[in-house]
Design a protein around this ligand. Structure first.
Ligand code: BGC
Length: 252
């Protein structure tokens, strides 16, 4: 497996990237971030990704690129689009980015990438059994691991509870949108995580997303049988996991 790769994390509001040492799980460069272009369309997003890679120091020719994206990604195609343009649905994202960037590219779901980073380098290291990664951001991302092996594309942020797609109630964006204090948001998180627990009986739940840096404000309020812990790689998890997966599939 290659030692270095570029990791790119595409989100509903920002696109960020860095050069990664995939053996150590560390960033080798500054993190470069630009706003997600209005509308989130494929050509516009690819142009921003290209700009990020050009801005990164120390990027050599043969390096592979791992790109994580807020959608179901099957065999390099993006199959859904919850918080980006509908043009991504059924779109050959791997081929599109490879054409624009002139590099080997591997696209995967953002929560899967964050989960891979946590399982390899963070809160899920050496953890067996059923581990669920959740990211609280613009939406709710989820990833499932059994004995460290990823079951890709779990879309459990869209669990319907009480007839509503629950990411619209319990994501960090919902907290902001409705001006919920920690207490009120925790009540919704309790409903969400209790449902996950009832359906999947996880051994460990990892909570990521930028807001996980404030985990003291909400995790202690949750009553669950499973252990629930904050992510350790937080905002870098998507970049690290995407780069790791790309390097794993690419030899230099
Ligand atoms: C998308 C998922 C994504 C999550 C976090 C959801 O709305 O459906 O694919 O992982 O948001 O970005």
């Amino acid at each position: 497996m290659a030692r270095k790769a570029i990791g790119i994390d595409i989100g509903g509001t920002g696109i960020k990237g860095a050069l990664v040492d995939v053996r150590k799980g560390e960033l080798l460069s500054e993190r470069v971030k630009f706003a997600t272009p209005e509308g989130g369309r494929p050509e516009d997003i690819a142009a921003v990704v290209q700009r990020i890679i050009e801005t990164l120091p120390g990027v050599s020719r043969g390096l592979a690129v791992g790109i994580c994206f807020p959608a179901v990604v099957q065999h390099g195609r993006t199959m859904s689009a919850a918080n980006v343009s509908k043009e991504w649905i059924g779109f050959d994202a791997d081929a599109h980015f490879e054409r624009v960037l002139g590099r080997s590219v591997h696209v995967l779901n953002d929560a899967d990438a964050a989960g891979v980073a946590e399982m390899r380098f963070g809160a899920g290291r050496r953890r067996k059994g059923l581990v669920m990664m959740t990211t609280l951001g613009t939406g709710i991302g989820t990833a499932i691991f059994m004995d460290g092996k990823l079951v890709p594309n779990a879309e459990l942020g869209h669990l319907e509870i009480g007839g509503v797609d629950y990411e619209t109630k319990a994501s960090f964006a919902a907290k902001e949108r409705e001006n919920l204090d920690w207490e009120a948001w925790s009540v919704r998180l309790q409903t969400y995580y209790s449902t996950l627990e009832r359906l999947f009986s996880p051994d460990l739940i990892i909570v990521g997303g930028g807001v996980s840096k404030n985990h003291q404000e909400f995790l202690p309020k949750l009553k669950l049988s499973a252990e629930i812990v904050p992510a350790q790689k937080r905002n870098n998890a998507g970049i690290l996991g995407a780069a790791w997966v790309a390097a794993d599939k690419h030899y230099d």
